[in-house]
Design a protein around this ligand. Structure first.
Ligand SMILES: Cc1cc2nc3c(=O)[nH]c(=O)nc-3n(C[C@H](O)[C@H](O)[C@H](O)COP(=O)(O)OP(=O)(O)OC[C@H]3O[C@@H](n4cnc5c(N)ncnc54)[C@H](O)[C@@H]3O)c2cc1C
Length: 333
C-alpha cells in the first residue's frame, strides 16, 4: 500500500504515503446493503440509527487490497429506540426516536402482555431478548415512583439518569443535558414523548392497557403479569428470571407509563482481521504492508456483540489501536 487516491470537489488527488495508510472510516452502519448482508440478525430490528456517514468504504477498500473480514456480524445496539403507534420494521432502521429511559431495568412485557426476561442486562442483550419476541419489540412499564426507582437502580455509564455522588452530569456530551434531575427527565425525555403519543400514561393499569392497544384477553394477561411481578418485588426475589433485588421495582402507584422499546443502532463493530499492530492480514496470515485498519473498521475485538457493562470500551479501543498503528507506521516504540 503506497498511498490513496481521493475524490474531492476539485476532482481527484493522489496522496503518496511513504510510512503507511491508516483506514478508519467508522464501520458500515449507514450501509443498509452491507447491514442486511453481514449483520442481519442484530440490526434488522432497530427502529433508529445513529450511523450517517459510515458507509463501509474503509472495510471494502481493505478487502479489495486482499484483507479478510472476520466471521459474524457484530453491531452495537442500544435498547433505547421508542416506537410510535403503527410502527413497522421496513429495513430502514428509522422511524423511532431516541429514549434514554429505555435502558432502565423496569418491567418489560411482550405484545401478549407476558414478562419474558431479566431486564437487568447489557443494552444489546436486553434489546435482543425483546427483538426475539413477537413483533420484535417490547413494552417497558413503570409507575409514578419512577424517580425513586431510578435512584435505586443506580445504573452506570451512559444509561445513568440519577446524579452521581460526585455531581457528574452523565451524558452531558451526548445529549446536551444539564445535571440530571427529575425536572430534566420529565421535561426533556418524558413530556415530548407523551405529547407525540409514543409514551403512554394512565391513572389505572386497565387504562394503560387500553392505551397500549391491548384487547381484552391481552389486558387480562398483562394485569396478571403486573400482579405477579409486584409479588416478586414484595418478596425481594425474582424467582422467575433472577433479576437482582435492587433492580426490582413494583408497578403499583399511579400514574402508570408504558412505551414500545426496540433497538437503536449505534455503529457496527465487525471488521477486518488485523494483527496487534492493526495491520490487516490476508487469508494465509501474511501482513499487507503499508496498510493499517483501525476504529470500527477493525475486527477481532468483540464476540459479535458489545458488552456494554464496560462503558466507554469502544471509544477506548478505537483510539488505542489507532495510536498503536500510528506509532508502528512511524517506527516509534
Ligand atoms: C451516539 C453514539 C454514542 C456512543 N457512545 C459511546 C460510549 O458511550 N462509549 C463508547 O465506548 N463508544 C460509544 N460510541 C461508539 C464509539 O465512540 C464510536 O463508534 C467510535 O469512536 C468510532 O470511531 P471510528 O474512528 O471508528 O469512526 P468515526 O469516529 O465515525 O470516524 C469515521 C470517519 O470517517 C469518515 N469517512 C467515512 N467514509 C469515508 C471515506 N470514504 N473517505 C473519507 N472519510 C470517510 C467519516 O465521515 C468519519 O468522520 C458511540 C457512538 C455513537 C454514534
Amino acid at each position: 500500500m503506497t498511498g490513496v487516491v481521493a475524490e474531492g470537489e476539485d476532482g481527484f488527488i493522489q496522496i503518496n504515503a511513504s510510512k503507511g495508510v491508516i483506514v478508519c472510516t467508522g464501520g458500515y452502519g449507514a450501509n443498509l446493503e452491507m447491514l442486511d448482508e453481514l449483520a442481519p440478525g442484530n440490526s434488522t430490528w432497530c427502529g433508529l440509527t445513529s450511523a450517517t456517514g459510515e458507509t463501509g468504504d474503509g472495510i471494502r477498500m481493505a478487502l479489495w487490497a486482499g484483507a479478510e473480514l472476520e466471521a459474524g456480524g457484530g453491531c452495537m445496539v442500544w435498547n433505547r429506540a421508542i416506537l410510535p403507534d403503527g410502527f413497522e420494521f421496513d429495513g430502514s432502521r428509522t422511524g423511532g426516536d431516541i429514549f434514554l429511559p429505555g435502558s432502565q431495568p423496569f418491567l418489560h412485557v411482550n405484545i401478549r402482555g407476558e414478562r419474558f426476561m431479566n431486564e437487568d442486562q447489557c443494552y444489546p442483550m436486553s434489546f435482543a431478548a425483546g427483538a426475539n419476541q413477537p413483533g420484535h419489540y417490547s413494552w417497558i412499564v413503570w409507575d409514578g415512583n419512577y424517580w425513586d426507582d431510578i435512584k435505586q437502580f443506580d445504573t452506570c455509564g451512559c444509561s445513568r439518569l440519577y446524579p452521581a455522588p460526585s455531581g457528574t452530569a452523565f451524558n452531558a456530551d451526548v445529549y446536551d443535558c444539564e445535571a440530571l434531575t427529575k425536572e430534566h427527565l420529565d421535561s426533556f425525555w418524558l413530556q415530548p414523548r407523551l405529547e407525540n403519543g409514543m409514551l403512554k400514561k394512565a391513572d389505572t393499569l386497565e387504562g394503560l392497557a387500553e392505551a397500549m392497544g391491548f384487547d381484552a384477553e391481552t389486558t387480562e394477561t398483562f394485569l396478571a403479569t403486573v400482579e405477579h411481578y409486584n409479588e416478586l418485588c414484595a418478596k425481594g426475589e425474582d424467582t422467575d428470571f433472577g433479576k437482582p433485588a435492587y433492580r426490582l421495582s413494583d408497578v403499583e402507584a399511579a400514574p402508570f407509563y408504558a412505551a414500545r422499546i426496540a433497538g437503536a443502532l449505534l455503529v457496527t463493530i465487525h471488521g477486518v482481521i488485523t494483527d496487534t499492530n492493526s495491520q490487516p492480514l490476508r487469508a494465509d496470515g501474511s501482513v499487507i504492508e503499508g496498510l493499517y485498519v483501525c476504529g470500527n473498521d477493525q475486527g477481532g475485538f468483540y464476540p459479535h456483540n458489545y458488552p456494554s457493562n464496560f462503558t466507554g470500551m469502544n471509544a477506548g479501543r478505537t483510539a488505542t489501536f489507532a495510536r498503536i498503528a500510528a506509532k508502528h507506521a512511524l517506527g516509534v516504540e
